[in-house]
Design a protein around this ligand. Structure first.
Ligand SMILES: Cc1cc2nc3c(=O)[nH]c(=O)nc-3n(C[C@H](O)[C@H](O)[C@H](O)COP(=O)(O)OP(=O)(O)OC[C@H]3O[C@@H](n4cnc5c(N)ncnc54)[C@H](O)[C@@H]3O)c2cc1C
Length: 332
């Protein structure tokens, strides 16, 4: 059978999470007609991308990841502002209490591209933190976004550019009529991907009427690191646990306690904040915690984005595009 050429190949993408939508736009911009199939009736039922922090933080993520995350993650710092105008390029801040100062030292040794800040400089960046921390690391090149608004915006862009997005379509690769199939089902693909494991991540959203932050803040702790990501209008996403199982049941008392206790350590005024959401997502991960693209004839599987769905999806989508173009006989 002749392989379809780039000019004629149509592409069906399964899954409308970060991986599916970023891949769809990347292939569409390379000239392919794309159709995304999403099983849920809207994005709000997604159990991973919808719940993410949305930090585009390659240098901070180096703390718990391979060096490859920095190089691959840098692509996202260009891709997201080009495709989602509300991407906030304001850097991120890393703090620890004086008692856990060794954590800042350890973090700094593993990372790069940061400025070391002392008390007054910290307060200048985030006035709400005045007088609370004596030192911190500022990563000026990092960015963040609201995943919920970003998914909606990518879907709008895809459709504006002639792509199709069908909700309420639970499909398997063999159901797809298009020439090429891209499987971006995240954790749901695990029955067909034995290498994939699920990593439970619990998060909380709170609303504070007193506090205002401009950028993500990570509070280091040897056992209970926590981060907050400001969403505007007093809303903060607080995350996240990382538990090595794929149980997607409700947030446990222990996890809620840990996240909320750490939040109050960041600022006692969070004690008065309202809890507006507790939720659990399952991150899809390969053994090396890096994403990968597998090819089986006309089927490509892009998965394993782990804690880096927004950070590494532009890199992963580019891998898909290059493999699809090679398959079509037209190398990029
Ligand atoms: C609490 C938490 C915080 C996080 N914070 C960050 C962060 O700050 N920065 C970052 O970069 N990453 C973060 N992540 C990681 C990121 O969320 C994931 O890596 C990413 O969402 C994975 O995207 P995905 O598209 O592969 O999977 P998903 O988001 O799970 O998308 C898969 C989609 O496929 C659909 N689907 C499944 N089966 C079918 C089928 N048969 N037919 C049709 N559709 C189907 C699903 O409904 C779903 O919408 C976080 C994750 C969690 C849980």
């Amino acid at each position: 059978m002749l392989k379809p050429s780039k000019r004629h190949a149509s592409i069906g993408i399964i899954g409308g999470g970060a991986a599916g939508l970023v891949t769809a736009l990347t292939l569409q911009e390379a000239g392919f007609p794309v159709h995304v199939y999403e099983r849920h009736k809207d994005f709000s039922q997604n159990r991973c991308s919808w719940l993410a922090g949305g930090m585009i933080a390659p240098w901070c993520e180096r703390d718990a990841s391979e060096r490859a995350v920095i190089e691959r993650g840098k692509e996202a710092l260009q891709w997201w502002p080009e495709h989602y105008k509300e991407t906030r390029c304001r850097g991120s801040l890393v703090l620890s209490s004086q008692h856990d100062r060794h954590e800042i030292v350890r973090f700094a040794r593993r990372s790069e591209a940061f400025d070391y800040l002392e008390g007054e400089d910290l307060a200048a960046l985030e006035p709400a933190l005045e007088g609370r921390f004596q030192e911190g690391l500022f990563f000026p090149q990092e960015a963040h976004l609201d995943p919920r608004k970003a998914l909606l915006s990518l879907a709008w862009l895809l459709e504006q550019q002639g792509g199709l997005l069908s909700f309420g379509q639970e499909v398997s690769p063999r159901d797809i009529a298009e020439d090429i199939v891209i499987d971006c089902r995240g954790w749901a693909a695990h029955p067909e991907m034995p290498r994939l494991r699920g990593v439970r991540g619990e998060m909380i959203r709170v609303r504070s009427y007193e506090l205002n932050f401009s950028r993500p803040v990570r509070l280091l702790h040897p056992r209970f690191p926590v981060y907050i990501v400001p969403r505007g209008e007093g809303i903060f996403m607080v995350g996240a646990t990382s538990i090595e199982n794929a149980y997607d049941g409700p947030v446990s008392v222990q996890s809620a306690y840990t996240l909320l206790e750490a939040l109050q350590r960041l600022h006692p005024a969070f004690g008065e904040a309202e809890i507006i959401e507790l939720n659990t997502g399952i991150r899809p991960a390969f053994p090396d915690n890096l994403p990968d693209v597998e090819q089986h004839g006309r089927l490509f599987r892009a998965n394993g984005l782990y804690r880096h769905g927004f950070l590494l999806s532009p890199w992963c989508a580019r891998q898909v595009k290059e493999q699809v173009m090679a398959y079509c006989g037209e190398m990029a």
